[in-house]
Write a protein that binds this ligand. Sequence first.
Ligand code: PAF
Length: 286
Amino acid sequence: MEILRTVEDMQRFADRVRQRGRTIGFVPTMGYLHEGHVSLVHIARRHADVVVVSIFVNPTQFGPGEDFESYPRDFERDRRMVAAAGADCLYCPDADEMYPPGYQTTVCVREVTRNLCGLSRPAHFEGVATVVAKLFNAVKPQYAVFGQKDFQQLVVIKRMVRDLNMDIDIIGAPIVREPDGIAMSSRNKYLGTAERQAARCLSRALDAVRSRADEGERSAQALISLARGIISAEPLGRIDYVKVCDAVTLQDVERLEREAVMAVAVFFEKARLIDNTILHVDGPQP
Ligand code: PAF
């Protein structure tokens, strides 16, 4: 597996791959990898000849007082995991390479960033869209894979790619869960034993909501009350939001009339966890 650290080296690698008529599948990450990331690498491998994984803890997507400094990092472990997952190239630029002095251009995706995490993390998605656009320009992929756990991020990236005519297929990958239902996340590391137990309320609430919707409940308010009841029963968590939104526009909906998403964010002492489930209106999905 090649390890590349500069934009120039990454672009040369990508040009060589493309000149040979081969395709590139890309998995952008912030490292501290888990089985969810490994599943993204496997999905990229199914679509493309050559798989590139990036690791970059992007400072511009963290707000003041958020966990940029303490975000977990373990390069050696990540390198081994990326190699074992079968990637061909690991791209790990540093902050000066990504944002050299004088850097002043950003990507702002307007409407789909306003709701959900955009309410409590106002600059987050501008940081995400900007860094992903820059990574795309370095890696030059035909395919890029993003987990559906960060559902809003996936919608934002799809919107950016469409709006800026980027010739890249964005693939959404299913959420990978721990055996107890908790969605895999690098931030789960922040949870103490009791919080870890309490954090199961997110997936429990989403399961209950999905069953109720499958039984025919169409009122967003009824589904939100159900989820809020389950999450608030856990004293260690504090709800940031529980919302039902249109799956494309991410605007709040009052009734389930087409595909929607229930998205939740809950603060624990050192971690803010997010999770979601798609709500189909045509009845239960496999
Ligand atoms: O989902 C992440 O890990 C990050 O937001 C991403 C897409 C790598 C951009 O920094």
